[in-house]
Design a protein around this ligand. Structure first.
Ligand SMILES: [Cu+2]
Length: 493
């Protein structure tokens, strides 16, 4: 049985892509099942996020449809782990369950084997890589019936991922050597430490912010399902996107010099409960934890390729960034913060972050260190408790932008682009985490170095300007509780 996941672009175009045709045929059948069935399209989508009222308003459910208890009591419903170190492991299990259920249906309908393909949108060698596979854009199946792969709305006129120069895709996450750093895991590839189960926890990992969050917003816009975690997994393209994110994680783990597990709690999952997924046939669920998703585990996937479009060459010693030593021997300290909540609505907002000049100067002096055994530092801007009501607003972050200028004319001050995917869920006071919002870190080491070289870096403070992108308006503002600068110190190894 062929269960190797392939690049969807290599499998043929339109409905000649048999993997996607089989996908569509299976989804059409799974759509006939009621939400009470663990193998139904709706049930599988609701596992990511579920809000009955929104689903009725969005014409997914009828008002009269009975909703199963195991969705509303969180046994299966609204499980997706974001802003957390379980983001990648939970979604790996989710992909596995979905793939098994679809494959069983494909087998029953056509006799074919089936594996979930990935959308390799970062493949620079394919000029069409950012265009959605055609099967997701066609109105009908070859037999003339409605195309299930295009059932739910996306950004108006969507066919291609179109980031601008600001929210450009970045593979910077792949250069990070550590899955987590800091006691709270606030810095690193994979997301912040959470003890208990939390749908939206606190710190977003590098890979989750970009390209994961970016692609959700670029497909979904403000109105499409992919932009909102309550609806995203209902769009069949969700699964090809997440398959690629999962592949990026696998590629990262297969690169020399990366530290995946340093805190064994990650291996066993949340302290208060196990992750659970449905299985084909819909009987009892399958329980799993992080260790099942790693090499040798029952949920470890196989990919046809781990190098094209991932920015890494597995098995090859690629020195992408100097190693700062074992994560537990690294130190994270705040060296300054702003003093008031920042609210971003219709236009750019400036705030001042006061710095400890001595700590800043020593940090700047060690930023470029490469000699083994010498101290090395990186600087980060941390945005804490970011809240708002839009599903995936875009926020642009600038450092030391001159006052009164057009930010777009000053890319040299651009620190980073954030897509605040799931901000609506993370900000709900009745949600799992009491509306604490989300946290993000932006690596500003290179920017600080550039500003220092240009004589534009004052060790006493820096100015941060937040510029609203799409989905942020005066009616739907975003607030940031605190902005601080973190200094990460280690020893070059
Ligand atoms: Cu996602």
């Amino acid at each position: 049985m062929n269960t190797v996941r392939q690049d969807v672009a290599t499998l043929g175009s339109g409905w000649n892509n048999k993997v996607l045709l089989n996908y569509a045929l299976a989804m059409r059948e799974l759509d006939k099942l009621p939400i009470t069935d663990h193998n139904s399209w709706k049930f599988l989508g609701a596992m990511h996020g579920f809000d009955r009222q929104l689903w009725v308003e969005s014409n997914v459910l009828d008002d009269s449809d009975p909703v199963p208890k195991d969705l509303t009591n969180f046994t299966y419903g609204s499980q997706c782990q974001h802003g957390s170190w379980y983001f990648l492991s939970w979604h790996r299990g989710y992909l596995f369950a979905f793939e098994a259920i679809v494959a069983a249906k494909v087998k029953q309908l056509t006799g074919d084997d089936w594996a979930l393909p990935y959308w390799n949108y970062l493949n620079n060698k394919n000029p069409e890589a950012r265009r959605a596979p055609e099967a997701f854009l066609l109105d009908t199946l070859p037999d003339g019936s409605p195309n299930p792969l295009k059932k739910y709305p996306r950004r108006q006129g969507f066919s291609t991922l179109r980031p601008t120069s600001l929210d450009a895709f970045s593979l910077a996450a792949m250069a990070e050597n550590d899955f987590q750093v800091g006691n709270d895991g606030s810095i690193g590839f994979g997301g912040g430490v959470t003890g208990n189960f939390a749908q939206f926890a606190r710190w977003t990992g590098d890979l989750e912010n970009n390209p994961h969050n970016t692609v959700h917003r670029l497909v979904g816009g403000g109105e499409g399902f992919m932009a909102d975690p309550y609806l995203a997994a209902l769009d069949p393209i969700f699964w090809l996107h997440h398959c690629n994110v999962d592949r990026l994680w696998e590629a990262w783990m297969n690169t020399a010099g990366k530290t995946m597990v340093r805190d064994p709690r990650w291996l066993d999952g949340p302290a208060d409960r196990r992750f659970i997924m449905p299985v084909p046939g819909g009987a009892a669920g399958m329980r799993f934890s992080g260790r099942d998703t790693l090499k040798g585990g029952k949920l470890h996937p196989r990919y046809a390729d781990l190098s094209i479009g991932t920015g890494v060459k597995p098995g090859v010693e690629t020195v992408t960034r100097v190693s700062m030593g074992a994560p537990e021997q690294q130190n994270i300290e705040p060296i300054g913060a702003n003093s008031a909540v920042v609210k971003v609505g219709s236009g750019p907002v400036r705030t001042r972050v006061d710095l400890d000049p001595q700590a800043t100067n020593t940090g700047i002096a060690a930023m470029g260190a490469t000699a083994p055994g010498t101290p090395v530092t990186r600087l980060y801007l941390a945005l804490e408790s970011v809240r708002g009501s839009a599903p995936s607003p875009q926020l642009e972050v600038y450092v030391n932008l001159p006052e009164g200028v057009d930010p777009y004319l000053h890319p040299e001050c651009h620190a980073g682009s954030l897509t605040l995917f799931g901000l609506n869920v993370a900000s709900r006071a009745d949600g799992g985490h009491g509306g604490n919002g989300l946290g993000y870190t932006i690596d500003i080491t290179d920017l600080a170095q550039r500003l220092t070289n240009a004589g534009d870096f004052d060790p006493n403070h820096l100015r941060v300007t937040l510029v609203p992108g799409e989905q942020i308006t005066a009616q739907k503002p975003v607030t940031v509780e605190r902005i601080s600068v973190l200094k990460r110190s280690g020893i070059v190894s």
